[in-house]
Structure formats: structure tokens, C-alpha cells
Design a protein around this ligand. Structure first.
Ligand code: IPD
Ligand code: CA
Ligand code: CA
Length: 269
């Protein structure tokens, strides 16, 4: 079935706008907060509420599409055949709880494994990052230019300090060496925002040892449109179905950074 991606994008943005209002409103109320896999893995009632809101709207409007979300939707999905929505209702839940700032709603629409539409809404800054395959990427309606090149010595890299603290590798190929050779590192606490920041030139790279498709699927659509390169640490397309490593960067920098992450054996628990 052929889809009208423009309409899909506008419809998704309408729901995300509503969801953004719900999130802002919730910051004035007391939140029920739980933990998931470990004490640092937070989830709130709003993560579930927003995911259900988006899922119900998608299922009502596009009954032939599938939905996969971080909290509940599509846990049994094993194939990217057809149209699949990949959603993170709140990316940056720790920020949502602690800072009430720097969190995003991330929505990607993927057809047969190919990203067609990507939207990242940075709720408190009211910044909309949107892209459609082959149609460019936009920040608040303004088209983003193609990324330019930058050397590692002038690059600012998005990287969570936990990966550095736990790294097993040492020496010339280690992350520590990479960080020393870079201009600086930043961690915003939302992978979606960090990928969007790479798309608009606020970061030069973003690296993670473990992310899920809902963290990066929308960012991938944006980044392809501005000519940035996104792969896993072994130079393959990141998985749309299971967790993966992520190396996203301006093209030449991506090649430079592969040296530090290629075949990385991981980190200490
Ligand atoms: C997390 C954020 C964070 C990243 C974690 C993700 P969540 O998503 O994107 O920046 O470092 O790996 O799990 O749990 O806030 O949706
Ligand atoms: Ca996330
Ligand atoms: Ca989330």
C-alpha cells in the first residue's frame, strides 16, 4: 500500500503536540515514579500515558500499521515488514524527573526497514526536528543544511560518561584517548536530542554502547537527510528491532572515530 508520508508526518506532529501539552501540564502535578531494570532506570506514569495516547491514535487512524514503543507496544514484533511506528514517549526520563527539561518525544515511521519519517520534539525548548526520506530535515520549519566536515581535534562529541568509566579497553584505541584528542564531550541525557543536535550542527558526533531502536530510529531519518553517517560499531546499519551500538557523526569524523569503537568488546558491568 502506498502511503502519503507528508500526511503521516503532519498527523504525527499533531499528536505529539498534544502529548507535549500533557507532559508540560504533568510537571505541575505530583508524578508516580518507578524503576525498571535497575535503580537508575526510571519510568513514570507519563511514559505509559503518552505511549498509550500515541499508540491508540496510530491504531485508530492507520489500522494496517504496526507500533513498537519502549514501554508496552509491540513487544512481540520480530519483523520490519510493512509500516512500523517506532516510538519513545519520553526520551530522557531521568531529565524529565530531575530537571523537568531536556526530554523529547521521538517518533519514526519505517517501511520495510527503511526510515520514511522521523520526528523529535524537544518539549520544553519547543523545538521540532522533522524529516522525510529524500525531502530534507527541518528544525522548526527551516531546512537544515548538509553537515560539513570537522577533524577530531575540533569535534564536540556526545558521550555518556558511564561508558568511559566502565571501559575495558585501554591504550591508543581507547575511548579515553579519543576524548583526549577531541575538543570536548557533552552529555544531554537524551539520545534523541543528541542525534537531533548532530543533525543541526550543535554536536559533531554521538556515540552510545547500547541503545534501543526507539532511541535512534527518528534520529536516523534526520541524519541521513543532512548527510551524516550512522552505523553500529561494526559499520552496519543499526537494528530496527533490537538494541545496538551507535556511532553517528559527520562523514570523515565517522571514519576517524571507528578506530576507537570498532570491535569494541564492551564495558564492565
Ligand atoms: C535513555 C536516554 C539516554 C541514553 C539511555 C536511554 P530513556 O532513554 O536516551 O540519553 O543514554 O541509554 O535509555 O530511558 O530516557 O527513554
Ligand atoms: Ca529512550
Ligand atoms: Ca523512554
Amino acid at each position: 500500500m502506498s502511503e502519503n508520508w507528508e500526511e503521516v508526518q503532519d498527523t504525527a506532529a499533531g499528536w505529539m503536540n498534544e502529548a507535549g501539552k500533557m507532559l508540560r501540564q504533568s510537571l505541575h502535578e505530583s508524578l508516580k515514579i518507578d524503576t525498571k531494570s535497575n535503580p537508575n532506570d526510571l519510568v513514570t506514569e507519563m511514559d505509559f500515558k503518552i505511549e498509550r495516547f500515541l499508540t491508540e491514535n496510530i491504531e485508530k487512524t492507520y489500522p494496517h500499521h504496526k507500533v513498537m514503543g519502549e514501554e508496552e507496544a509491540g513487544a512481540d514484533i520480530e519483523s520490519t515488514d510493512g509500516v512500523l511506528w517506532i516510538i519513545d514517549p519520553i526520551d530522557g526520563t531521568t531529565n524529565f524527573v530531575h530537571q523537568k527539561y531536556n526530554f523529547a518525544i521521538s517518533v519514526a515511521v519505517v517501511q520495510d526497514g527503511i526510515g520514511k519519517v522521523g520526528l523529535i520534539y524537544n518539549v520544553m525548548q519547543d523545538e521540532w526536528f522533522m524529516a522525510q526520506e529524500g525531502k530534507g530535515a527541518y528544525l522548526n520549519g527551516e531546512r537544515l543544511p548538509q553537515v560539513t566536515e570537522v577533524d577530531l581535534s575540533e569535534a564536540v562529541i556526545g558521550l555518556n560518561g558511564r561508558w568511559l568509566a566502565r571501559e575495558k579497553r585501554d591504550g591508543e584505541q581507547s575511548l579515553h584517548t579519543m576524548v583526549r584528542k577531541s575538543r570536548s564531550v557533552r552529555n544531554f541525557g537524551s539520545a534523541a536530542i543528541e542525534l537531533a543536535y548532530l543533525a543541526c550542527g550543535r554536536l559533531d558526533s554521538y556515540i552510545s554502547f547500547r541503545l534501543a531502536p526507539w532511541d535512534y530510529a527518528a534520529g536516523l531519518v534526520l541524519l541521513k537527510e543532512v548527510g551524516a553517517v550512522v552505523t553500529n560499531f561494526n559499520e552496519k546499519e543499526p537494528s530496527m528491532l533490537k538494541k545496538d551500538t551507535i556511532l553517528a557523526a559527520r562523514p570523515k569524523l565517522h571514519k576517524q572515530l571507528l578506530h576507537y569503537v570498532h570491535n569494541h568488546e564492551g564495558f564492565e558491568k
